[in-house]
Design a protein around this ligand. Structure first.
Ligand SMILES: [Zn+2]
Length: 265
């Protein structure tokens, strides 16, 4: 079994403020250790479930957060290649399962102080076929194009609800709940223990149950925070500007959605 683990930071236990996710800030060092510990726990769970190969993608900000020594049996992808698969670059049909650690609810949700989708400065929210989407769903769909199922997701509670709506068989662990500019988190050590256990159980189960069905067509709405960003992005091929800060993009090919987001979000 070959397992891919993508790790973000805004959904890591306890993380509440941007400063706690910013390399170089004094708030950061404590929380990046927790991010690493959560990733290590998922790796251990995968190993216990029989994984022969584990790849970890550091997928937060510079993508150079996780210590390269995070787990002896895992390969670590640091930095951004520029591939449209973004937070799951190098994922292909040779992988059996995908795990998301530290993921967070998307722009348009009010249940994580750091809720956003892709670029938190320029993009207010992204909708696909009328629904607000998170980075989880964007990448779960990408994984579906190469036939790899998402088996387990840890992050905030609102994201876990979204995951269950996509496929209720996917295992989730809500390590925190956001209320306004605050969070209520479970204990760090408890989060690590549960991530190890849930990853292991998710991978030991029948992987067919985790399948996500890709829609046949995609209507992607991007709400920018500034009209000048929307104007510039409106020149992307087949892009339609429907309001001063809002764009609409339609396609039947999900890779084209990813390509567009690579350039415009
Ligand atoms: Zn992040």
């Amino acid at each position: 079994m070959k397992v891919y683990i993508s790790a973000d930071m805004e959904g890591v236990t306890g993380v509440t403020s941007w400063s706690e996710t910013e390399k170089g800030h004094s708030d950061y060092s404590f929380f990046v250790r927790q991010m690493e510990n959560e990733v290590r726990a998922a790796c251990q769970g995968a190993l216990n479930a029989g994984a022969k190969e584990i790849w970890v993608k550091d997928a937060h900000d510079s993508a150079r957060n996780i210590n390269p020594g995070v787990f002896k049996n895992a390969k670590l992808i640091r930095g951004w290649s520029g591939h449209p698969f973004s937070m799951i670059q190098e994922l292909d049909n040779s992988f059996d399962a995908l795990i998301f650690i530290g993921f967070h609810s998307g722009g348009g949700s009010k249940q994580n102080p750091l809720a956003h989708t892709m670029n938190p400065i320029d993009v207010d929210y992204i909708k696909i076929n009328g629904q607000y989407v998170s980075e989880f769903l964007i990448h779960a769909y990408a994984a579906a194009t190469v036939g790899v199922p998402v088996v387990f997701v840890s992050g905030d509670q609102a994201l876990c609800h979204e995951v269950k709506e996509v496929n209720h068989n996917i295992k989730t662990l809500a390590v925190k709940e956001g209320i306004g500019n605050s969070t209520i988190s479970i204990d760090n050590a408890m989060a690590i223990e549960c991530i190890r256990k849930e990853s292991e159980e998710a991978l030991k189960a029948d992987l067919c149950q985790y399948k996500i069905l890709l829609p046949h067509s995609f209507e992607v709405e991007i709400q920018y925070s500034k009209h000048e960003k929307a104007y510039r992005a409106s020149f992307y091929p087949n892009m339609k500007q429907i309001a001063p800060t809002k764009l609409l993009y339609k396609t039947e090919n999900y890779f084209e959605v990813l390509r567009m987001m690579l350039f415009l979000t």
